[in-house]
Design a binder for this molecule. Structure first.
Ligand code: FE2
Length: 332
């Protein structure tokens, strides 16, 4: 996720633009919050006009979205503010409509925004990963100490998505009124936040109001923090979140990175020495045997070849069969 540092930024300070990419209906407008120029991955505030109708279809990119204001009808389900979706690439969503219009935060994680009209999931979609929840109504707030050392007491979270390999997370967080944290933080991961409601303050970047946003690459100092009346925000990290705390407002990202390396050396010296020796390094990183080992029954083509989500049978619309030994796909 090679996005540049965007901070401070507030979407209320810029105008909506009409979405003109193929597949999307008219009545969709967006404010670009951050964009990866290499992949097209991006985060956007999206306004869907009253009467907007988006036909069923899937995106070629993994995406997440949360309703900020208004009501979005997704198939039969009425989704109100706080409703969160994690949608794997190729997962066909039903018709989406809004009667009165709504504001939605949309995050395309692996490619540019796309909509392929379809009522069926793509054959390679990881359909089991799909999930959605009314995060305001149906999840309790938990202590913010998912990682240690932790943020100060009074910063609470609701975990929305977690990748057990990379430890990437999507979460709601809130700062309670009169929240304060006096130290300075940086991390090994990129960090993203969108303020759904309320204002917080940071020593380096000032106030982050409703609609405030940042995409912050690793090792950039942030904090101290405060929030007078409290705030609620959607946050994401793209890999494991570890809090490096300190009290030096002048340290640079390079110095912070060096300190993170020094801490790794002090904590995991054998792993550190192994990782920096060059005789075994590979451009794509070392092998994880659990991801590459042969499995019994491994088809090499891991999709549900029996059923569609609507209960009908798999019909090989993606152009292969199971009977031709020369086919590039086999299910034996
Ligand atoms: Fe942070």
């Amino acid at each position: 996720m090679a996005r540049p540092h965007i901070e401070p930024f507030c979407d209320r300070d810029v105008h909506f633009k009409n979405m003109k990419l193929p597949g999307f209906s008219s009545g969709m407008s967006y404010k670009m919050l951050s964009l990866d120029n290499d992949t097209g991955a991006c985060s956007m505030t999206v306004q869907l006009a009253g009467g907007y109708q988006q036909p069923p279809g899937f995106s070629w990119s993994e995406m997440e979205m949360i309703v900020i204001e208004g009501e979005l009808q997704v198939g039969e389900k009425v989704c109100r503010k706080g409703h969160y979706f994690y949608i794997p690439a190729g997962y066909a969503m039903p018709m989406m409509t809004t009667q009165q219009g709504c504001l939605v935060l949309m995050m395309y994680n692996t490619g540019e925004p796309s909509l392929e009209p379809s009522t069926q999931h793509h054959a390679l979609a990881q359909v089991d990963l799909f999930h959605n929840i009314d995060s305001y109504m149906d999840l309790p707030w938990a202590m913010g100490n998912v990682t240690k050392p932790s943020v100060a007491a009074g910063c609470l979270i609701k975990l929305l998505n977690y990748n057990p390999i990379s430890h990437a997370m999507t979460f709601l967080y809130c700062m309670t009124p009169a929240f304060k944290q006096d130290n300075i933080s940086y991390h090994d991961c990129a960090e993203e936040s969108y303020h759904l409601w309320g204002t917080s303050w940071m020593m380096q970047f000032g106030e982050v109001p409703t609609g405030g946003y940042f995409w912050r690459p690793a090792y950039i100092n942030h904090g101290a923090f405060a929030s007078e009346y409290g705030c609620i925000a959607l946050g994401r990290v793209d890999s494991k979140l570890f809090n490096y705390f300190h009290y030096n407002p002048w340290s640079t990202p390079i110095e912070n990175q060096n300190r993170a390396g020094a801490r790794l050396y002090q904590r995991d010296p054998l792993l550190y020495k192994w990782a920096i020796s060059y005789d075994h390094n590979h451009p794509h990183g070392p092998e994880d045997f659990e991801q590459t080992m042969q499995r019994r029954g491994d088809s090499g083509h891991e999709h549900d070849n029996e059923h569609h989500s609507d209960g009908t049978r798999h019909d090989h619309w993606h152009g292969h069969n199971h009977h031709n030994p020369d086919s590039p796909h086999h299910h034996d």
